[in-house]
Design a binder for this molecule. Structure first.
Ligand code: CP
Ligand code: NVA
Length: 308
């Protein structure tokens, strides 16, 4: 049994195995309907319990389809209907029940500490479906999407992030180190990754560069990644933050500086990307969203020790 909380903690060779498995699985089920199980239904009889303490559309749907296509089933708990938190039931007792009734637990939470607490008490795998510090299932799936479209290992490609230093970027930094790809980060001066992450970047001697000018950050890019300037439950002066990011909008003119680049966005979007770019040929956001199903299937199999 393995947990999936942070890309940092997972060996690069295991992340590569997950991507390779997802490629095969996607290819092998071309003619099946969404709810039909893969041929060997490797997680037949298994229950994935998922809980969202923050809003979600894609993660919720993609994990549902992922476990279904592996032959299992999903149950979504509403945090406001549990005794945990308001009712005073402990994480320890909640985790014991989850472990006895289910086979894996996927949690989207506002607290990294909560993920660690659950991990301590669960005897089933826990998957991080987004936390304040990372969004690992999203980014691993995005690596898959880039390789699928560009038909090259990501280590041979240049990736650019334009946006806030948030959970998705943190996971992208982890991915850059694990998969050894060049990552340009374009963000305003006061919004670069925090000191801990900057030290991590330096200590790993990788290929990560920070630019305060988006035009410089996109030169040579094969993929432009972006995300909302204001994240879920972001406790900031929103007006000021949006203004600070005014020069970092993904516009048609910016995309012209990197003509071979695809545009990716984890969604939901805000005002950081122009409608024209979002709906352009360069934009692959719908394919990107759907690929979460395939990669999360292989993440589930990794957690269950069942990767082929
Ligand atoms: N990208 C993503 O995680 O989307 P949701 O918040 O809708 O799950
Ligand atoms: N950075 C965003 C990602 C949403 C999928 C957030 O945390 O809200």
């Amino acid at each position: 049994m393995k947990h999936f909380i942070d890309l940092k903690e997972i060996p690069a060779k295991d992340l590569r195995r997950i991507i390779d498995d997802a490629k095969k699985r996607k290819r092998d089920r071309k003619k099946l309907n969404n709810l039909e199980a893969d041929k060997e239904a490797p997680l037949k009889g298994k229950l994935l319990i998922q809980m969202f303490e923050k809003s979600s559309l894609r993660t919720r749907l993609s994990f549902y389809l992922a476990i279904k296509q592996l032959g299992g089933s999903a149950l979504t708990l509403r945090p406001d209907e549990l005794h945990l938190s308001k009712g005073g039931e402990s994480i320890e007792d909640t985790a014991k029940i989850l472990s006895n009734f289910g086979n894996a637990f996927m949690l989207r939470t506002d607290s990294d500490k909560k993920l660690e607490e659950f991990k301590k008490y669960l005897s089933i795998p826990i998957i991080n479906g987004l936390s304040p510090s990372s969004h690992p299932t999203q980014v691993l799936s995005d690596v898959f999407t880039v390789e699928e479209i560009k038909k090259k290992p990501i280590s041979k490609l240049n990736i650019t992030w334009i946006g806030d230093s948030n959970n998705v970027l943190n996971s992208l930094i982890d991915a850059s180190i694990k998969f050894a790809f060049r990552l340009n980060i374009g963000c305003p001066k006061n919004y670069k990754p925090n000191q801990k992450i900057m030290n991590y970047i330096k200590s790993n001697k990788n290929k990560i560069f920070i630019f305060n000018d988006p035009k410089k950050a996109v030169i040579g890019a094969d993929a432009i990644f972006s995300d909302k300037v204001i994240s879920l439950n972001d406790k900031v002066n929103k007006k000021k933050k949006l203004k600070d990011f005014n020069n970092f909008k993904i516009s048609t003119n910016l995309m012209k500086l990197c003509p071979r680049a695809i545009f990716l966005h984890c969604l939901p979007r805000g005002t950081e990307v122009d409608e024209k770019v979002f709906k352009s040929k360069q934009s692959k956001v719908w394919q990107q969203a759907l690929n979460r199903v395939y990669v999360q299937k292989s993440i589930l199999l990794y957690c269950f020790g069942k990767l082929r």
